[in-house]
Design a binder for this molecule. Sequence first.
Ligand code: ADP
Ligand code: ASP
Ligand code: MG
Length: 450
Amino acid sequence: MKNLIVAKFGGTSVATFEAMSRCAEIISNEPNIRVVCVSAQSGVTNRLVRLTKADVTLDERAQLISEIKEIEYAIVDALGRPEWVCLALNNLLNELTAVANSENLVGSMQLKDQIQSYGEQMSSLLFAEVMRQKSVHAVNFDIRQVLKTDDNYGKAQPNIEQTRLQAEKLIAPELEATVFITQGFIGSDDQGQTTTLGRGGSDYSAALIAEALHAQTLQIWTDVTGIYTTDPRLTQAARPIPEISFDEAAEMATFGAKILHPATLIPAVRSGVGVFVGSSREPDVGGTWILNKVENKPPYRAIALRQDQTLVTLKSPNMLLASGFLAKVFAILAEYKISIDLVTTSEISVALTIDSPTNSTVTGLNQVVLDKLAEFCEVKVEEGLSLVAVIGNHLQANSGVGGKLLTALENFNLRMICQGASAHNFCFLTRAQDAGKVVEHLHEALFDAI
Ligand code: ADP
Ligand code: ASP
Ligand code: MG
């Protein structure tokens, strides 16, 4: 379909019947939106993840399930409790309860993905009904038929080619007549088992579907009016950015700006889909366009903050004048699928930062990995750190960048200062308890005077 728009609505945008109705209004007003990707209602995935933990008690489990039911039923009640919707919802809730009670859940990454998938499944079921009650011809479509992935549960990688073929076969022919309401975040592997793309993955799902259907635009509707100079929760001085390049936005997402899942822009760049980010609460105030080329390329564009960082320092006298030490370290981290953000080295040591994700079924660093590393070097682990990234343009070529940033932060203890790998970022670590103040100070120095 020409001019196709794929729209994604995040957790707060679909949290209640009223919020869903605002999203339905956006869709009704734009006939080119034919594919809609929804997240689970805000707070549902966190509860589902909690259900997968080994230390959850029977009472807590019952409480979590009852809270999820309450969120879903508040919407069903507002919809007038249509019989078939209640039936379909009860089926999903019963399945969810059965998986939550399964003895195998704690040890099975596959069941953990299965349980996390119910949030999006329930959300799309209810949202499709909201659309139908607005007399829109909408179907609740199971995206697991289209979004094919590998079986790396918890952080599955998409199979682009299979996803394209399935989208062309199952969605494209019906686009003129139907609005597809479908789930973000979930997919299925070769065996048909449910997978998830990692927390916040609905943005990525929507981008993959937009790519597969050769959409013109991807709209990401969330709870803020676009991408800001920094997370508006960190400082009131943050302000929206009308246009930003793919490169800058990708760096922001990578370095923790939660507004976009880090992989979202990969399919968008690959297929040239324009991306718009706006607020479903205030659709008319505009938002941010993420484009291939932008006119304005300021040296400082934004500040991103990523919490829960672990700093690992590996020290080995054998590293002196030796080759292969780093290769050995990286091979172990790769084997356990642990990704590294920052790296610095000295004569006999290397320091790395690693994400320690909270509210996730994927664990970061674990004792097995540390023991393997300890076989050939001294290992030191520090937690309670945050990664701050200044995103901009030509940061490596502009003189005074380092001086300006470091002067603004002279009263803070900074670690692992890194610049050089990209022209778009300047990063460092700071103590978690200082992170908010660091961002505020930096924002004032870089943006408030402009
Ligand atoms: P959704 O559920 O819609 O996907 P998220 O909570 O994942 O929403 O992402 C939106 C949130 O991202 C905002 O509420 C905001 O706090 C946070 N955020 C982080 N960095 C930025 C930024 N630079 N600009 C705007 N929002 C940001
Ligand atoms: N519901 C999932 C999560 O909370 C995916 C998403 O919202 O993007 O992580
Ligand atoms: Mg999100």
